[in-house]
Design a protein around this ligand. Structure first.
Ligand code: PRX
Length: 513
């Protein structure tokens, strides 16, 4: 269609940086139809992070929107893309086409701001408005025939060395698994209304906002906004309004909403709900009980779905109506999946016990490689325990055989369901003008689940104070994105070095070789 007229062909990568608008879904499906590999980057990542990802996959076409309102905040998406494209050009790579959805004109901001005309600067010859080119495109487009193992999309996820990994999923296996897990895990029936609150920029958005529901011809809600705007009962207003039957969200959202008075939930008719899903991090029993009692009126099944960007779809989950529930347990494997618990020496733990969560057999949507880096794929996932896919998570098995995922066992942490690497943040600190050294670790957080706690050693006579703290936080926002901002930064006059006298980052890189 319009991408085709821009020269995009089978196997080319298309970078996407979009808010939760219909055009985001349309772009992904358009790419799939012409065999292009979409590489969607969450529109909360900074221009630095976006540039790094565009360069890695060499996407010559980018699709974005001029901007979006997130609550009362204006996200200048096209501006961030412009910055990213400048950074790519400085490294000798030029994005040739940037398609911009004119979105701000069709919405009014919370403050009543309404952009009547397009305000975004456009670069002649490179930037085009979606609204100018799509109406001219033909309404029919013969699909590109794809082999089952041809790539469908790639999606970056954090890596413990700090460099993001381009997880690659294929056409046949991924789609089959997305469709099957969606149908059985949510017990979706024709005419049900399903809603997943995840942003399309993450794997949950790919599999359970776009591909899984659409492969089942499901009716779903696509929501652009936050749970807190215009009021803290926004989720329940929508469930009531559209009579949502399956609702899928993250523990961090549940914990944030639990803070408000129960009446905000109770005043809505939530009787349409049948299945409540949880994803992204372990759900604590208090949040589980609140979800079960207040939102689900003790009559809904809760499916605590454990999976990863790499697994493509749910791998551990209760099945609604079939699995007796335990608050906080991801329970049992989905059909065909074989989880194993291993101890440090790689010995299998049978029966009750706790260890590394690995899988002994592949399933259709297990990622096939890391884009352009098959060696890293093998080292990261298959070397520690030969013969197994290693999740990087720990889990325990109880006496009834239920699996409980306990969290990451590597240098990754999960902030509000966003997986990130401590090394990524540390390397940002190490590049400050005042030559600081940082060490980041993970602290539990009542709402976000986990948060970043950083120790900073400054040199070059920088004074540790409010000004420096602000600069350091700003630096992380610019290097990675606002969601990665540390909660605590502590002055550490000296930080220990490793035996070889190196900093942490260099050692990890070496470990992975
Ligand atoms: O640590 C696990 C946690 O999220 C990680 C995967 O993150 P990501 O690739 O960004 O995908 C998130 C959405 C699927 C896992 O390694 N995680 C995800 N779901 C759960 C979970 N931890 C415990 N219970 C879950 N249900």
């Amino acid at each position: 269609m319009c991408s085709k007229s821009r020269g995009v062909k089978k196997g080319d990568r298309v970078a996407v940086y979009m808010p939760m608008v219909l055009e985001a879904v349309i772009t992904l499906l358009a790419c799939a139809r012409i065999g292009a590999i979409h590489s969607l980057v969450f529109a909360g990542f900074s221009s630095d992070s976006f540039a790094e990802r565009i360069l890695d996959c060499e996407a010559r076409v980018l699709v974005t929107a001029d901007g979006a309102w997130r609550g009362e905040k204006l996200l200048q998406l096209k501006y961030i893309c412009d910055q990213a494209m400048i950074k790519c050009a400085q490294k000798g790579f030029n994005v040739e086409t940037c398609v911009v959805v004119s979105h701000l004109k069709r919405v009014t901001s919370p403050q009543g701001i309404h952009y009547k005309s397009n305000q975004t600067p456009m670069t002649e010859g490179r930037d085009v408005y979606w609204q100018d080119i799509v109406p001219q495109a033909s309404t029919s487009c013969y699909p590109e025939w794809m082999e089952a193992e041809d790539p469908l999309f790639m999606l970056y996820t954090s890596g413990s060395t700090g460099k993001p990994k381009g997880v690659l999923h294929t056409t046949g296996g991924y789609l089959l698994y997305a469709a099957t897990t969606f149908k059985y895990v949510f017990d979706y029936k024709p005419n049900d209304v399903y809603w997943c609150t995840a942003d399309v920029g993450w794997i949950t958005g790919h599999t359970y906002v776009v591909y899984g529901p659409l492969a089942n011809a499901a009716t779903s809600v696509l929501y652009e906004g936050t749970p807190f705007y215009p009021d803290n009962d926004r989720f329940w207003t929508i469930v009531d309004k559209y009579k949502v039957n399956q609702f899928y969200t993250a523990p961090t959202a549940i914990r944030a909403l639990m803070k408000f008075e129960d009446d905000l939930v109770k005043k809505h008719d939530l009787s349409s709900l049948k299945v409540l899903g949880s994803v992204g991090e372990p759900i604590n029993p208090e949040a589980w009980m609140w979800y079960y009692k207040l939102v689900g009126h003790e009559k809904c099944s809760i499916v605590d779905t454990f999976w990863q960007t790499e697994t493509g779809g749910h791998v551990l989950t209760p099945l609604p109506g079939a699995t007796p529930m335990k608050p906080g347990a991801a329970a049992f494997p989905f059909f065909g999946v074989q989880p194993v618990l291993l101890d440090e020496s790689g010995r299998e733990i049978k029966g009750e016990g706790e260890g590394y969560l690995v899988f002994s057999r592949p399933w259709p949507s297990l990622m096939r490689t890391l884009y352009n880096n098959h060696d890293r794929y093998e080292t990261t996932y298959f070397t520690k325990f030969p013969g197994y896919y290693c999740t990087g998570d720990g889990a325990k098995r109880d006496a009834d055989g239920y699996l409980w995922v306990t969290g990451r066992v590597d240098d990754m942490l999960n902030v509000s369901g966003h997986l990130m690497s401590t090394t990524e943040v540390e390397s940002g600190f190490n590049r400050t003008p005042f030559n600081s050294r940082g060490c980041c670790c993970c602290q539990t957080h009542p709402i976000k689940g986990e948060c970043l706690y950083c120790f900073i050693t400054t040199t070059d006579h920088a004074v540790f104070g409010e000004k420096l703290l602000k600069e350091l936080k700003q630096l992380v926002r610019e290097r990675i994105g606002p969601f990665a901002q540390p909660d605590v930064i502590q002055n550490a006059p000296a930080l220990p070095k490793t035996r070889s006298g190196k900093n942490h980052e260099e050692d990890i890189e070496e470990d992975c070789r």
